[in-house]
Design a protein around this ligand. Structure first.
Ligand SMILES: Cc1cc2nc3c(=O)[nH]c(=O)nc-3n(C[C@H](O)[C@H](O)[C@H](O)COP(=O)(O)O)c2cc1C
Length: 198
C-alpha cells in the first residue's frame, strides 16, 4: 500500500495485507475483534474468525441467539478490528451486519468438523451454564440424535455479513510516525480516501 498514492479500491489492499498476515508467524491471522452495541446501549467486544471478505462485506459465523446476536438484532452497526502485531498493522472496519443467506450458511456449516457441528446444536452460547457436565450431557444427547446421519445447520446458527462502510489501514512506523488511510464507501461502489494524522 502506497500511502502517498492510495489505490482506488481498498479490497485488493485488504487481500494483499491478509496474504502477508497468513505468511507471517500468526496462528490465527483471521482472528478479529467484533464490537457490538448491546440492547441497553453498552458496547461489548469479543474475537470471531473472518471467513470471507469481498465487496459485499466481511463474513463471520456464530450463534445468532448469543449475546452478540442479540446485540446485532438491536443495533446492526458493528466494528471489526484485525491486529497483526508482527507486521505492525491493523485494519479497522465499520458497517452494518446483515444475516448471511441460508444457502451460504449451510455451505459453510457443512465444511465444519462433525464435533463442531454437534457443538453448535449443544451450546446455548452466552447463556448461564451450571457446570461442565451439563454441557457434556447436551453434546452426548445431540451425538445420539444425529447418529448415522449428516448434522444439519441449527436454525440459530449462521453467518453475518458486515458491509464495508469504512475501512482503515494502519501501518506502524518507528517513533509513532505511523501511516493511516481511511476509505469511505460512496454510491455505486465508489470509494473516497482520506489520510489521517497518526
Ligand atoms: C481465536 C478465537 C476465535 C473465535 N472465533 C469465534 C467465531 O468465529 N464465532 C464465535 O461465535 N465465537 C468465536 N470465538 C468465541 C468468542 O470470542 C466468544 O467467546 C463467543 O462467541 C461468545 O460471545 P458473546 O457471548 O459475546 O456472544 C472465538 C474466540 C477466540 C479466542
Amino acid at each position: 500500500m502506497n500511502f502517498d498514492a492510495p489505490p482506488a479500491d481498498p479490497i485488493p489492499v485488504f487481500h494483499a495485507w491478509f496474504r502477508e498476515a497468513q505468511q507471517s508467524v500468526l496462528p490465527n491471522p483471521n482472528a478479529m475483534t467484533l464490537a457490538t452495541i448491546d440492547p441497553d446501549g453498552r458496547p461489548s467486544a469479543r474475537i470471531v474468525l473472518l471467513k470471507d471478505l469481498d465487496d459485499q462485506g466481511a463474513v463471520f459465523f456464530t450463534n445468532r441467539e448469543s449475546r452478540k446476536g442479540r446485540a446485532i438484532a438491536a443495533h446492526a452497526q458493528v466494528a471489526l478490528l484485525l491486529h497483526w502485531d508482527p507486521l505492525d498493522r491493523q485494519i479497522r472496519i465499520e458497517g452494518r451486519a446483515a444475516l448471511l443467506s441460508d444457502e451460504a450458511s449451510d455451505a459453510y456449516f457443512a465444511t465444519r468438523p462433525r464435533v463442531s457441528q454437534i457443538g453448535a446444536w449443544a451450546s446455548r452460547q452466552s447463556e448461564t451454564l451450571r457446570d461442565r457436565e451439563t454441557f457434556d450431557a447436551a453434546v452426548a444427547e445431540m451425538e445420539k440424535q444425529f447418529e448415522g446421519q449428516a448434522v444439519p445447520r441449527p436454525p440459530h446458527w449462521g453467518g453475518y455479513q458486515v458491509s464495508l462502510d469504512r475501512i482503515e489501514f494502519w501501518q506502524g512506523h518507528h517513533y509513532r510516525l505511523h501511516d493511516r488511510m481511511v476509505y469511505t464507501a460512496g454510491d455505486g461502489g465508489s470509494w473516497s480516501t482520506r489520510r489521517l494524522f497518526p
